[in-house]
Ligand binder design. Structure first.
Ligand code: XMP
Length: 517
């Protein structure tokens, strides 16, 4: 295992990504953990990430000095390099000019770190740099403006680089990372794979749950909850109970199709609760987006708990108990919760429904907590889950309720659903579904005049949204070929009763958001 100590850089999770891509297991923890008390495994190598601080300033974060006693290879990246220099007799100073963007490095000598690299372009993002190398270190790369871009001490196996090998703008960054984790730390790539993950995870679930306890979990038809449910089912069979709540604002046919896949194909012990009328009743007259979210979140918890209580009664009749709640937490959420948050770190807003655990006295089980989204998809493929489900665009918990602007009535939901269905169908036909990160149709609360045959119409407007994004924090609108838009528009206007106009949303995020509400 490689340990990544995080100093709060926006790229830290990418270091983990790159190492995982090599088929090597790694874990990211906050930079200032107490090594003796909090580190539960013995790493074969340590990477110190970048961070937004200056090492020489009071209050800047530093690693526990016990890190240096572990006697394993260390690679410092950006702030990590500066931390090494600061600790070992080097000198760190503010640059005259912040260096941000591509730079060309001169590689000096034959460091193991740069083995097999021929491309000198790297990505820089820093305001401080070294003005003297740490004691006992060799300089192994420089740029025209910076004489200490990379340093090493081969005896102590400590390496430091000013640039970021983890971002794709450093074309040979992966080679460098591989040189460190495989060449220097001696970990073979390929040891961590999805097949080995399935076996060890099933064993782990069985050990945690034990021979008699039972588990419940909510499923939505999304890839995360489906994969998590399938793993539980493989580990403990019908002692896992999945609950799907039909909240009346899922996509057209979604509840039907997803329950078929889960129950009939994957053999999961599933209960579908039809609560559409309850949700729509509570949403009546409500127009404020945050209010809609709250109502749907709270009603969901209420319905889920009521269903769980029924299941609990059945389980108790067999002399057993429900003791665990399944959650499809992914590694980025784990990173978010364990990573280092100094005073200057930005705080992301999360939109999770959450709140379930607060009331129910259950222990959590999170089989996906070590995986990135694309790893979950790869796992889904191995588990033979339908590829439509695996590649489905993300869908917000409050669903179509935040895509029907203004009041959510059954009729408005019908219009939004039908339009969305046609839109997605045409996107798939055009072979564009996987290129787009998220697409949906929103129903605007305005009426427009049109003409159909000899008749004047006065009907509503559908806004089409499609974005490309890596992390959903920023997004660009998708550049559709015009003929695809033409087909989508004419099909929606012809086939969906109540719509006489279609518009395409050309707003990026920021300043807009992906959802309209
Ligand atoms: P925004 O609209 O904030 O969306 O740009 C970013 C991502 O989050 C999803 N989203 C939600 N997901 N509950 C959810 O589970 C919500 O209330 C919610 N609001 C937005 C959105 O679909 C996009 O993927």
């Amino acid at each position: 295992t490689i340990l990544i100590l995080d100093f709060g850089s926006q790229f830290s999770h990418l270091i983990a990504r790159r190492i995982r891509e090599l088929g090597i297991y790694c874990e990211l923890l906050a930079c200032n953990i107490d090594i003796k008390k909090e580190l539960k495994f013995k790493p074969k190598g340590i990477i110190l990430s970048g961070g937004p601080y200056s090492v020489y300033e009071a209050g800047s974060p530093h690693v526990d000095p016990a890190v240096w006693d572990l006697k394993v290879p260390v690679l410092g990246i950006c702030y990590g390099l500066q931390e090494i220099a600061h600790t070992m007799g080097g000198k760190v100073q503010k640059c005259d000019k912040r260096e941000y963007g591509k730079a060309e490095i001169d590689i000096l000598g034959h460091s193991k770190l740069f083995e097999g690299m021929s491309h000198p372009t790297v990505w820089m993002s820093h305001g401080d740099s070294l003005s003297a190398a740490p004691t006992g270190f060799q300089v192994i790369a420089k740029t025209s403006s910076s004489p200490f871009v990379a340093v090493e001490n081969t005896e102590k196996q400590i390496y430091g680089i000013q640039f970021h090998p983890e971002v794709t703008h450093t074309p040979e960054g992966t080679i460098l990372i591989k040189n460190f984790v495989s060449g220097i730390c001696g970990i073979k790539s390929g040891g961590w794979s999805m097949n080995s993950f399935i076996d060890t995870e099933i064993e782990r679930i069985r050990t945690i749950v034990g021979p008699t306890a039972e588990v419940i979990g909510a499923v939505s038809g999304g890839v995360d909850s489906t994969v998590a449910a399938k793993l539980l089912n493989m580990a403990i069979g019908d002692r896992f109970h999945a609950i799907m709540v039909d909240n009346g604002v899922m996509r057209l046919n979604e509840c039907r199709d997803a329950s078929k896949e889960l129950r009939d194909k994957l053999g999961i012990n599933l209960t579908v609760v039809d609560a559409a009328d309850l949700f729509l009743g509570k949403l009546k007259g409500v127009t404020d987006p945050e209010q809609k979210r709250k109502i749907i979140g709270n009603t969901f918890i209420h319905v889920f708990e009521a269903e769980a209580a029924k299941l609990e009664a059945d389980v108790e009749k067999k002399g057993r108990k429900i003791e665990f709640l399944l959650q499809g937490t992914l590694y980025p959420d784990v990173i978010e919760s364990v990573s280092f948050k100094g005073p200057s770190a930005t705080i992301k807003t999360h939109h999770n429904v959450g709140g379930l655990l607060a009331n129910m006295k259950l222990k959590l089980i999170e089989p996906l907590r070590e995986l990135f989204k694309d790893e979950v998809r790869a796992l889904g493929e191995l588990l033979k889950i339908d590829s439509n489900l695996i590649w489905r665009h993300p869908f917000p918990g409050p669903g179509i309720a935040i895509r029907v602007l203004g009041e959510v009535t059954p009729e408005q939901v019908r219009i939004a659903r039908e339009a969305d269905y046609i839109y997605i169908e045409e996107i798939k036909k055009a072979g564009l579904y996987r290129k787009i990160s998220q697409a949906y149709a929103a129903l605007l609360p305005v009426k427009a005049v049109g003409v159909m045959g000899d008749h004047r119409t006065y009907e509503q407007v559908i806004a089409l949204r499609a974005v490309e994004t890596k992390d959903f924090m920023t997004a660009d609108w998708f550049e559709f070929p015009y003929d695809v838009l033409k087909t989508i528009s004419s099909r929606i206007i012809n086939e969906v009763k109540g719509v006489n106009r279609c518009v395409y949303d050309i707003s990026s995020k920021p300043p807009a958001t992906i959802e309209w509400e």
